[in-house]
Structures are given as structure tokens and as C-alpha cells.
Design a protein around this ligand. Structure first.
Ligand code: ZN
Length: 122
């Protein structure tokens, strides 16, 4: 006498499903298991592609944002250097601004590179 692995009720004969709770009692045919495995694999590939797409969009966003911030910073500093009436204490501020702008442009280039790498992989 066999018993259901799920609900424990007695099983008559060689049934594929428990008549009481519907628990599957036998392995499915090989081709069904294979197509399930293939579907799982396809889902995994789709999931990775989605993740890469998200990463690509994030990299693109960071690249553009950093580029704009860095570019604006440089534009402001260039305008400041060209102005006649700048005050002495603005000099360290200007140098700090240049450094920050260069860092942002660097970040922009870094993310743009990553974005391009991801784009090529898709
Ligand atoms: Zn059962």
C-alpha cells in the first residue's frame, strides 16, 4: 500500500496524482521535465538581460548627469576667469570648482564607458 507524500491518504493502484489532495506522485515524462528546464533557463536569461538593461540605463543616466554637472561647472569657471571684477577669495573657490568639475567629467566618462560595454553585450 502506498501513501500520499503530501496528505498521507492511502493510494489505490498506480495513480499519477493523489485523489484526495491532487499531489503529483510520479515523475513527469522526460520531455516535460526537459521543456521545464529549458523554460527555466530562458527565464534566467531573460532576467539577466533585464538586469543588464537596467544597469545600462543607470550608467547612461549617471554619465549624462555627471557630464552636465561637470560641463556646467567648467563653463561657470571659464566665465569667472574671464570676468574683470573677481575678488581674491574666489580663487580657492574657483580652483575647487575646477577640481569638482574635472571629477564629474571623469565620472561621466567612466559611466559612459560602462554603458557602452553593456550596450555591446546586449
Ligand atoms: Zn494527497
Amino acid at each position: 500500500m502506498n501513501y500520499c507524500t503530501n496528505c498521507g491518504s492511502k493510494l489505490e493502484g498506480n495513480t499519477a496524482f493523489c485523489p484526495n489532495c491532487g499531489q503529483r506522485l510520479q515523475g513527469l515524462p522526460a520531455e516535460v521535465e526537459e521543456s521545464r528546464a529549458a523554460r527555466r533557463e530562458q527565464r534566467e536569461i531573460t532576467r539577466i538581460q533585464e538586469e543588464m538593461k537596467d544597469a545600462k540605463e543607470n550608467y547612461y543616466g549617471w554619465s549624462v548627469t555627471s557630464g552636465i554637472v561637470g560641463g556646467l561647472g567648467i563653463a561657470v569657471i571659464v566665465a569667472w576667469f574671464m570676468a574683470d571684477n573677481r575678488v581674491d577669495w574666489y580663487i580657492p573657490a574657483g580652483i575647487g570648482g575646477i577640481a569638482i568639475s574635472i571629477i564629474f567629467v571623469g565620472i561621466s566618462i567612466y559611466y559612459w564607458q560602462k554603458y557602452k560595454d553593456y550596450k555591446n553585450q546586449l
